[in-house]
Ligand binder design. Structure first.
Ligand SMILES: Cc1cc2nc3c(=O)[nH]c(=O)nc-3n(C[C@H](O)[C@H](O)[C@H](O)COP(=O)(O)O)c2cc1C
Length: 415
């Protein structure tokens, strides 16, 4: 799906570090670890997060691709250390220091399947958690230690995706494109649905974003924020969890990113793919999304007007995309996050060795991570837009892309 701004991540949740290699960032973009860290800090905020966030204070290290504060055009390598690694070095060691998996499983059998611990960590993990990669992953990768699965399937990986997203944002900022997010619902408590007129108004979106940045649940409405905080507290007390909905908006995107000419070049397809790749995201809408399906056509199409030598719309039900291309209005993506699947009041599961019923394993966990997911949403949206931007305007250096961009703006402004 990504053609020009590509990246791969690696790293386990309690391993030494998370890394990513980003390919396609043009030369001469000013970039510092400090800039990336701002988004890493935003990702770690949010009411409802678990104990892990108190241990980690993520900071990015730039290992390659940047010299004297400027990108080189070569691949960029980023690294985020896991502070918790200190507590997991033996269990997560790449060397066979602790007993091998085989012998641990044997020992478990000999102890009549009583859970073993090593420095207070369960090993092996044999109780798959419903709603996680645990069971399918153990079957697929042929392991009886679910730790081998949960370490990588964990949303800890999104820390380094947010770092990659920050690089994309820095690139987009050169062209005055901003990517912002806010939460619209948690546990069924919603802000009043945003009107399509609002969604066309940059001023209104910036206002909402500013308020959301100051809110512990990234919600711009103070009354709703209070209700959401109470609901999260109640879920916490019950050992339960909550999901919700957030919106990510891109401002300043020119018309013509993406294309209808081939299925995998459509901007809406790229965005849906990107958002669905975030752990626990189960639905994505563009613009009015599912609600559009319930209305008359005359109510939802964004009519076209022309004044002051430019085309414009009074509504933005399409969320800024028509025919797989940006249309110059704000891009609006809404994503639904399921409740966190690990519950303190654990769910029924089956031990994968004894095949006896057991309660699912509990490992320190969030109660609600929707505010964080919205920051991750910004990152994946920024990458998708940067990718389409680079496809359209090409260029090996920022200067070259700016020239191409300027030429294109001239073309559409005198169209
Ligand atoms: C920011 C973020 C934080 C998360 N925190 C947790 C957590 O603490 N505990 C948990 O069980 N799941 C957590 N999840 C969700 C799981 O990672 C996810 O549900 C699981 O990997 C299964 O993937 P799926 O829901 O996409 O099928 C989190 C997801 C995100 C995006």
């Amino acid at each position: 799906m990504l053609e020009k701004f590509r990246y791969l991540t690696s790293g386990e949740s309690h391993g030494q570090a998370l890394t990513c290699i980003i390919d396609g960032v043009p030369a001469n973009l000013l970039l510092s670890a400090g800039y990336i860290d701002q988004d890493l800090v935003r990702r770690q905020k949010g009411f409802g997060r678990g104990g892990r966030m108190k241990i980690e204070s993520d900071r990015a290290k730039i290992l390659a691709g940047v010299r004297q504060g400027k990108t080189l055009g070569s691949p960029i390598t980023l690294l985020i250390e896991n502070k918790d690694w200190a507590n997991w070095q033996d269990v997560m060691s790449p060397d066979p220091g602790v007993k091998s998996q085989e012998s641990r499983v044997k020992m478990l059998r000999s102890k009549n399947f009583k859970l073993l611990t090593h420095n207070s960590k369960l090993y092996p993990v044999t109780h798959p958690r419903p709603g996680h990669a645990d069971l399918s992953g153990a079957l697929k990768y042929n392991t009886h230690d679910i730790r081998n699965i949960l370490e990588r399937s964990s949303a800890r990986e999104t820390a380094v995706r947010v770092a990659a997203g920050a690089v994309a944002k820095k690139f987009l900022a050169e062209f005055n494109v901003k990517v912002l997010s806010y939460v619209t619902a948690i546990g069924g408590i919603k802000v009043a649905s945003s009107r399509s007129q609002d969604q066309g108004s940059e001023k209104r979106i910036l206002e909402i974003f500013k308020k959301a940045e100051a809110s512990p649940v990234r919600c711009h409405d103070k009354e709703i924020e209070k209700k959401i905080v109470n609901k999260i507290n109640a879920a916490m007390k019950k050992g339960d969890t909550l999901g919700g909905v957030f919106e990510v908006v891109a401002l300043g995107v020119p018309a013509g990113l993406g294309s209808y000419t081939q299925w995998d070049r459509k901007l809406d397809a790229k965005l849906a793919f990107s958002f669905m790749s975030i752990q626990a995201i189960k639905g994505v809408e563009i613009g009015l999304g599912f609600e559009m399906a319930q209305r008359f056509g005359s109510e939802v199409m964004d009519e076209i007007f022309y004044q002051g030598a430019r085309f414009y719309r009074r509504t933005n039900n399409a969320g800024g995309i028509e025919g797989g291309m940006s249309n110059g209005m704000p891009l609006i993506v809404r994503a639904a996050m399921k409740p966190i699947p690990t519950l303190r009041r654990p769910l029924s599961s089956v031990d994968i060795i004894s095949k006896k019923p057991f309660k699912a394993a509990y490992e320190r966990s969030d109660v609600c991570a929707v505010p964080t997911a919205s920051v991750i949403g910004e990152a994946v949206m920024a990458v998708a837009i940067a990718d389409s931007f680079l496809s359209k305007f090409g260029g090996d250096s920022i200067e070259e892309i700016k020239r191409n961009y300027k030429g294109y703006l001239k073309q559409i402004n005198k169209f």
